[in-house]
Design a protein around this ligand. Sequence first.
Ligand code: UFG
Length: 327
Amino acid sequence: MKVLVCGGAGYIGSNMTAVLAQNGHEPIVYDNLSKGHRAAVHGVKFVHGDLSNFELLLRTMREHRIEAVMHFAAFIEVGESVSQPLRYYRNNLANALTVLEAMENAGVDKFVFSSTAAVYGMPDVGLITEETPKNPINPYGDSKWDVERICQFQCRTRRLRYAALRYFNACGAGQDGKLGEDHTPESHLIPLVIYAAMGKRADIKIFGTDYPTSDGTCIRDYIHVEDLCSAHLLGLKALDSTNEVVCNLGIGKGYSVRQVIDTVKKVSGKDVKVVEDQRRAGDPPVLTADSSKAMRELGWKPKYTSLEGIIETAWKWHNSHPDGYED
Ligand code: UFG
């Protein structure tokens, strides 16, 4: 299938592009390189474009006879979304709408959308299912939920089939450690602990040690980027026979911030200076996924079920790219 990968030069998009090509699809990357890296895209067509550019999107979809669109081009910083909500609604909501409008005009009806655990807000449950109430508490999560709702309604017109995949904490490096995480600035826990282990930063701060969890730090469900990609492939295939797929993607097991730090120490063999700091605004104590729907309905099975295995791939990537991608 000819798949337009919006944000295909970013962390998850570049991994998806490689996986699509390896599975007999023809990905075409569409990216404005505001966050992504040209060096993360190999051997496929690349369109340097902005998602606000309706004409270019439409022309690209028509010229390449695109059959499906995958969307990885959102901003992802929760804190920044709180301080700059308009920026987030502009990119994550308005630009996604432009993509959907271009799809409708070009007659492309398959859409795979990167959604997030942030649509659930501060859930008061152990494992989160797709039915857990959606109460986003920041513009990031809210903008993703807005796009999901637009897809629900557009789907009812029969002009759209969509898969909304709600990621928990994406991490690790794909393609044998060749495609990894390179955000500027970096805010995610695993890369930051790795930077500390590499000596690229002095310490790692734990944001809150008084949460109602076993060791007082937040618990998250860390899912390897390759497992996200395999779920996207299955989601895309499912759209041949179904109109709507909504699934959580996590491994169903939570690890605390302290456990992540200890695992990086173990994998790297390096010590890491830990500083206990205040809570970060908007962090739920625990976010873990019930992903049984993806397993049942898509036949998805995550390959990386241990944090150590995941962190090994990230450690490998960061060590072979100590300054990130070259561009
Ligand atoms: N943390 C620290 N120190 C740091 C960085 C993070 O203690 O220097 C903690 C956070 O407070 C949190 C945990 O580590 O408890 C994980 O934080 P991340 O920033 O790595 O990830 P989040 O759980 O905040 O965010 C993830 C995705 C986001 C998405 C969000 C949805 O990375 O894109 O889940 O809830 F929006």
